[in-house]
Each structure stands twice: as structure tokens, then as C-alpha cells.
Design a protein around this ligand. Structure first.
Ligand SMILES: NC(=O)c1ccc[n+]([C@@H]2O[C@H](COP(=O)([O-])OP(=O)(O)OC[C@H]3O[C@@H](n4cnc5c(N)ncnc54)[C@H](OP(=O)(O)O)[C@@H]3O)[C@@H](O)[C@H]2O)c1
Length: 245
């Protein structure tokens, strides 16, 4: 049976993916920093789906712990087959513009932590020539915009990192899926106004699990964002800088 490790298990999107994977009888290890909430999700999942769910504390910002974290999971629960990385934070652009420390923290959570952790787990998977890495990026990483370019820049770095990782791991048969959601109704978007095409986390989770099963490389979800981002990426800079996004 495959072990799937969910990092950021309290995420609105990840918690829906957890349900779908549990329904498919995957063995789950749920991780994150809010252990009370994670234990709750684990109990609920075990009862609903009659499947085994383990939990383990993980703080994305504690970079020095990433290596031991993976080692300890494999010692206690067995080899990790798949990872879903759902860690992220959406800082307020106007605050980040004026507070370098906060902007750096935003990048540490949205990019540096992923680079550290995924780089480490990739080495395990490459050695054993099997595995699946699934990462929640964002359409915001496809082109910078005034309203959230600090967050977007971290997601762009994440996207480039995953492109390279995918190419590196391909000969070993390890799959890397970059998920690029548009706006989704979760804690992250609570209270934000005027979000276009706000999607349900349930629908996004279904798309993610389908993409995992197909072995896809990049998923725009909902699919309409693939078309929207093709258009946005092709707007000439001269015009783009005059548009309010
Ligand atoms: N919602 C959207 O509109 C949207 C759109 C595009 C992309 N995304 C991406 O999708 C992913 C999931 O987002 P979501 O919408 O499900 O948001 P969410 O419900 O706010 O989840 C964010 C997750 O990140 C975790 N996290 C934040 N800082 C952490 C840290 N230092 N260590 C460990 N975990 C940490 C949170 O844990 P705690 O519970 O402990 O805070 C939570 O599990 C993110 O990468 C986000 O950027 C979301």
C-alpha cells in the first residue's frame, strides 16, 4: 500500500485531497504545525474511510529539521511513496512592500521551505527510482502583478524549481506535478474581495487527484485558468503595465 505524506494537512485544499486519497485506501501521514487540528483531521479521516492515518509535527520554517523529519517518518511508518506540499501563506502586498523582514518570511514559507524539503525527499525518491511529488503553486507565479507580486515571485521561483526537478527526476521515473490553482475558497482567501472565478476546494481536490492518477506534469485548476494565463502571459508589457490586476 502506498504511503502519502501531506505537508500542510490543515490547508483547505489539502484537507479535501486527504479525503479523496483516504477513499482510495492510501496510507496517509498528515503533517503541519497545528497538531491539535491535524489530530482532529486524522481521527475524522480514519473513522469516515476506515483507513490508517498517522500524524507528525512539521514546521516548514525549521529548515534544519527537514532531513531528520523525513528519516524519522521512514523509520516509523515505512517508505514515503508520494508527497503533497500544500504549505503557503498569502501576505498582504502593501504591507510586504514596506516590510522587508515580512517579505522575506513570505518567501521562506512559499519557496525556500519547499526548496529545502522537496530537494531532500527528491534524493530518496531518485535513489529508489519511484515516487510522486505534488506541489501547490499558483497562477500568481505565471506573471507578476501589482496586487501580489511578492507572493507571485515566490510561486514563480517554486515553478522554476519544479520544472528543473521534474527534468532531473524523469530518468528515475519519479513524477513531479505542479498544481496552479486560481482563487479557491479557503482560509487563505477569507475576507478578500472581488476574487474572480472563486473555486471550491472540493472541485480543486478532484482535479488534483485526477492529475496524479494521469501522471500529469502541470495542472491549472479550474481548467479555465490555463486559457486565462495563456492570454495574460502574452499581453505586451506596454499594455500590461496599464491594466489593473
Ligand atoms: N486558496 C487559494 O486561492 C490558492 C490559490 C492558489 C494557490 N494556493 C496555494 O495552495 C496552497 C494551500 O493553500 P490553501 O488555500 O489551502 O490555504 P490555507 O488553508 O491557508 O493553507 C495553508 C497551509 O500552509 C500551512 N503553513 C503555513 N505556514 C506554515 C509553516 N511555517 N509550517 C508548516 N505549515 C505552514 C498552514 O498551516 P497552519 O494551519 O498551521 O496555518 C496550512 O496548512 C498554498 O501553497 C497556496 O499558496 C491557494
Amino acid at each position: 500500500m502506498q504511503n502519502w505524506l501531506i505537508i500542510g494537512a490543515t490547508s483547505g485544499i489539502a484537507s479535501q485531497v486527504i479525503r479523496l486519497l483516504a477513499h482510495k485506501k492510501k496510507r496517509l501521514i498528515l503533517s503541519g504545525r497545528d497538531m491539535a487540528q491535524i489530530e482532529k483531521i486524522a481521527k475524522d479521516t480514519e473513522i469516515r474511510y476506515n483507513t490508517e492515518v498517522k500524524t507528525k509535527l512539521f514546521n516548514a520554517l525549521d529548515f534544519d529539521s527537514h532531513s531528520d523529519f523525513i528519516h524519522e517518518i521512514e523509520e516509523s511508518f515505512g517508505k514515503i511513496y508520494g508527497v503533497i506540499w500544500a504549505v503557503g501563506v498569502l501576505g498582504q502586498q502593501d504591507k510586504l512592500e514596506n516590510d522587508f523582514k515580512a517579505a522575506k518570511l513570505d518567501h521562506d514559507i512559499n519557496y525556500t521551505a519547499a526548496m529545502s524539503f522537496l530537494g531532500e525527499i527528491a534524493n530518496y525518491m531518485e535513489r529508489r527510482k519511484t515516487g510522486h511529488i505534488v506541489v501547490l503553486g499558483s497562477v500568481a507565479g505565471d506573471r507578476g502583478k501589482a496586487s501580489n507580486y511578492i507572493y507571485g515571485a515566490a510561486k514563480a521561483a517554486l515553478n522554476t524549481f519544479l520544472q528543473g526537478l521534474r527534468q532531473r527526476l524523469a530518468p528515475a521515473g519519479v513524477k513531479v506535478l505542479t498544481v496552479k490553482p486560481g482563487p479557491v475558497r479557503t482560509r487563505m482567501t477569507d475576507g478578500l474581495e472581488k476574487l474572480p472565478l472563486l473555486a471550491n476546494p472540493q472541485d480543486v481536490a478532484k482535479d488534483i487527484v485526477r492529475a496524479i492518477e494521469r501522471g500529469s506534469e502541470v495542472l491549472y485548476t479550474p481548467l479555465i485558468w490555463r486559457l486565462i494565463m495563456i492570454l495574460i502571459r502574452h499581453v505586451p508589457e506596454k499594455i500590461y503595465k496599464k491594466i489593473s490586476l
